[in-house]
Write a protein that binds this ligand. Structure first.
Ligand code: C2O
Ligand code: CU
Ligand code: CU
Length: 442
């Protein structure tokens, strides 16, 4: 049966509001429709998504559709649109071309707006999705709050340098806007659990207290084959879908993040985010096939590199540390031509991890530190461990305009670890445009 493509409309209102993260624990959130996370947007692949965003904040905002292959004019960044000022309404409208787990978030003053809650899930379904007994979406976040549940300010030199270097990691751990929620699942059943890391800087090493699960998808939708694992790293902005279960009646276990050392000043430790309670046994109709879909490789490991992108970090007297792309901050990279396969070597010369994110296009990892990747996947966010070199392949399709790539640790992005570039029609002469990127002050 063919999908009947629909137009799906949502109204989102950005505002400040009070939000209970736990009984008696209220924070001053910023977000959409007075919910944290914002409303879950759900469409079928091929649908047209229309979002009317009304800004009731006291400052401008914009929404970026993270991972969606939208036209450049809908990408929601300072490079492609004017910020939506208080009182203004903006209409986002685009066809949703891929199934998978995506998310939307503010792309203006992100270190404040995203930290306070301006994000939500965007789920794109397809008829070919595996059959499960249920589905849950988990947005992972942390917030840095003081004793009065107020968002801390970075403060004086040492805490400010620490937050700029490590990124802002909070002491308050949230799943879907709640502290240590209880997650219910029936014994004997298998559910699809979609994880979105919406935190500013936290590396989330997912574990179900050591129980096995099947990883079935990542940023750009399903993998080719399910992978049985007991833990998986979800960097800021990345998504992982798993098939969870079947579990035994009466079991209780933690949904936790194992400590992952990403080269920060402050060291990671294991932390519990939620409690899973397995209830009464129910029959199952779940079926996770051995082949979920095919992913055709763009290029082989030895493909000739067309561009090098280097992430680096340098100690600075003024900021404590500076973050660069190809030795510049907020850099303007060379254009790429529609239809010309891109083979980029993305490297990280620093001593800490950086999650590299490319707007608007999926890429494939074709080589990792000299080795073929373990499996094929469509990615838009990729971890760069210290001293790593990763070759990616991606195809600029016919969506000309200004795009960007950046580190998705929001403090690093704000500090300038980012670049803009044009996707151009190679058959027409190219004229250099002045950058319209908005540099956040900090
Ligand atoms: Cu989640 Cu510039 O993006
Ligand atoms: Cu970074
Ligand atoms: Cu920026």
């Amino acid at each position: 049966m063919e999908n009947q493509n629909k137009v799906v409309t949502y109204d989102l209102e950005a505002s400040e509001f009070n939000w209970d993260i736990a009984p008696g624990k209220t924070i001053e959130a910023w977000g959409f429709n007075k919910q944290l996370p914002g409303p879950e947007l759900r469409v079928n692949v091929g649908d047209t998504l229309v979002v009317h965003l009304t800004n009731h904040l006291k400052e401008p905002t914009m929404i970026h559709w993270h991972g969606l292959r939208v036209p450049a004019s809908m990408d929601g960044t300072g490079a492609t649109q004017k910020p939506i000022v208080p009182g203004e309404v903006f209409e986002y409208r685009f066809v949703v071309p891929d199934a998978g787990t995506f998310w939307y978030h503010s792309h203006f003053n992100e270190t404040v707006q995203c930290e306070r809650g301006m994000y939500g899930a965007l789920i794109v379904e397809d008829q070919s999705d595996p059959i499960t007994d249920g589905e849950k979406v988990f947005t992972i976040d942390d917030m840095k709050l003081d004793e009065d549940n107020k968002f801390t300010k970075p403060g004086w030199f040492v805490p400010r340098v620490l937050e700029r270097h490590d990124g802002r990691e909070g002491n308050t751990l949230l799943i879907n806007g709640k502290e240590n929620p209880v997650i219910d699942i029936h014994a004997g059943q298998t559910e699809r659990w979609r994880f979105i890391n919406s935190s500013s800087a936290r590396y989330f090493m997912l574990s179900l207290q050591g129980k096995e699960f099947k990883m079935i998808g990542t940023d750009g939708g399903l993998l080719e084959h399910p992978r049985i694992m007991t833990k998986v790293l979800i960097t800021p902005a990345a998504r992982i879908d798993i098939a969870a279960g079947p579990f035994n009646e009466g079991e209780t276990f933690a949904l936790e993040s194992l400590g992952y050392n990403r080269g920060t000043f402050l060291k990671a430790k294991p932390e519990k985010f939620a409690t899973v309670k397995v209830g009464e046994r129910k029959p199952s109709i779940a079926f996770i096939p051995e082949t979920l879909r095919r992913i055709v490789p763009f290029a082989s490991e030895d493909a000739v590199i067309s561009r090098k992108v280097k992430f680096s970090e340098v100690t600075s007297l003024k900021h404590g540390v500076d973050f660069f792309v190809n030795d510049e901050v907020h850099m303007n990279d060379k254009p790429v031509k529609i239809g010309e396969l891109q083979i980029w070597e993305v490297s990280n010369t620093s001593m800490m991890d950086h999650p590299f994110h490319l707007h608007g296009f999926f890429f494939q990892v074709i080589e990792e530190n000299g080795k073929a990747p373990e499996y094929m996947a469509w990615k838009d966010t990729l971890n760069l461990p210290p001293k790593s070199k990763i070759k990616i392949a991606w195809m600029p399709d016919n969506r000309p305009g200004t795009w960007m790539y950046h580190c998705h640790i929001l403090e690093h992005h704000a500090a300038g670890m980012m670049a803009t570039f044009e996707v151009i029609d190679g058959s027409k002469p190219y004229e250099e445009k002045p950058s319209t990127h908005i540099h956040h002050s900090h």
